[in-house]
Design a binder for this molecule. Structure first.
Ligand SMILES: Nc1ncnc2c1ncn2[C@@H]1O[C@H](COP(=O)(O)OP(=O)(O)OP(=O)(O)O)[C@@H](O)[C@H]1O
Ligand SMILES: [Mg+2]
Length: 391
């Protein structure tokens, strides 16, 4: 009797295991093949739908696209795409495409479709965004919620184009947030209270300067003098002083290795290669940090003047808060050696740098998404499609 009982239990367990494995496999197959998950979730597990949703925060930069999910960065790639020139077939998106820029034969085109924070080539931007989102969300994209950071200084038409490009990827919900507000959330600034702050984002295509208070952008200005301007200044200087033409990648390498706007503790020198202006032949040249200061001075000064212009336009109470708490510097361009002290010397206001200046906007989009209701009740404004349409 005992033996029969234990055999019965053993068979029952086997049957349970068999059912469990096959039912899970069957459900998974249906989910992947027929996308029935929406129906399944909405009709039977409506309340759990939000917990199953996947949230992505995106900072679509002129140089880099950063996608954040939860607490981690799931994608950080160059905003570049390459395709067959004659057929339009996609070859690569992201870092691989970026390496091709300036090195492609006629039959292949490699470009950055985002210029100065806005879409310059719509179809290419849409394909690039779709490629990035498919890489991180894969088959979960149809239930994904996206919070995308957009520059404050762009037109409603440009915002709409960005919105459409994100929606075309197949995401369930898309919401836009102004990039300075996202940055403030990403670095933990409490700007929902009546206290002023200023965020300066030195990106690749633009320097966005915004004063914030009570969850809103009070004054902003976008200047085209930014990270790329430092590269151009280096190229100009080398052409003038050494008669050598250098490419974008070489200028970037020089800037990162020895670039500075104030003296470094140690004078550094590096060798680089370019094409001689007159002979047309390859030429190796030497450049040092003192020359960098000369080359980059005007560009750094121009950024300071833009910051001053925004502070001048800001109400005095907020200016007093800024004077007390300082200017917060973010964006990859803020990593240039000495730029924080240069700005502090010019404005007379202390400058705060952050630990992860290139990813704080993307991190902030996720913070915004996770605190959507709380921020809205604090009168924080998110831009929905309806708002854009009404504009
Ligand atoms: N270590 C460094 N030193 C100097 N500049 C740097 C350094 N690292 C990155 N940069 C510069 O930062 C810029 C890219 O910054 P970021 O990723 O914030 O730009 P983006 O968000 O793509 O552009 P944008 O905000 O203008 O659309 C580039 O110009 C790059 O050369
Ligand atoms: Mg940026």
């Amino acid at each position: 009797m005992q033996q029969r009982m234990s055999r019965f239990l053993f068979n029952l367990l086997n049957f349970y295991e068999f059912c469990k494995n096959h039912v899970i496999k069957l459900v998974k197959a249906l989910i992947f093949k027929y996308n029935i998950q929406c129906i399944f979730v909405y009709f039977y597990f409506g309340r759990q739908a939000s917990s199953l949703a996947t949230d992505f925060g995106i900072d679509l930069g002129s140089r880099r696209t950063v996608i954040c999910s939860g607490k981690s960065i799931v994608l950080d790639e160059y905003s570049a795409i390459s395709y067959e020139t004659y057929t339009g077939d996609l070859i690569a998106a992201g870092n691989d495409a970026y390496q091709m820029i300036g090195r492609t034969p006629e039959s292949i085109t490699a470009v950055c479709p985002i210029v100065n924070g806005v879409i310059a080539q719509y179809d290419l931007a849409e394909s690039m965004i779709a490629a990035f989102l498919h890489a991180v969300a894969d088959n979960k994209l149809f239930k994904a919620r996206l919070m995308a950071a957009v520059p404050s200084a762009i037109t409603e038409m440009q915002k709409r184009a960005l919105y459409n490009a994100f929606s075309a990827s197949g995401a369930r919900d898309v919401c836009l947030i102004e990039a300075p507000a996202a940055a403030a959330l990403g670095i933990g600034l409490d700007f929902t209270t009546p206290k002023g702050s200023i965020v300066v984002d030195i990106g690749a295509g633009t320097t966005d300067i915004a004063t914030l208070s009570m969850g809103r952008v009070v004054k902003f200005e976008s200047s085209p003098v930014s990270g790329s301007s430092f590269n151009e200044a280096i190229s100009r200087y080398i052409k003038q002083e050494q008669n050598v033409m250098i490419g974008h990648h070489t200028a970037e390498k020089i800037k990162r290795q020895i670039g500075c706007v104030l003296p470094r503790p140690l004078e550094l020198t590096m060798f680089a290669k370019g094409r001689h202006q007159f002979t047309g032949l390859p030429k190796t040249f030497e450049i040092n940090t003192s020359e960098m200061i000369t080359a980059l001075y005007d560009t750094a000064l121009s950024i300071c003047r833009s910051i001053q212009a925004v502070i001048e336009k800001t109400p005095p109470e907020i200016t007093a808060d800024i004077d007390r708490d300082g200017i917060t510097l973010i964006g990859g361009g803020s990593l240039l050696f000495g730029l924080d002290r240069f700005i502090a010397d010019y404005t007379g206001v202390k400058v705060n740098t952050v630990r992860e200046p290139k990813t704080c906007v993307a991190r902030g989009t996720i913070v915004a998404m996770q605190n959507f209701k709380a921020l809205q009740s604090a009168d924080f404004r998110f831009k929905s499609l309806e708002e854009l349409t009404m504009a």
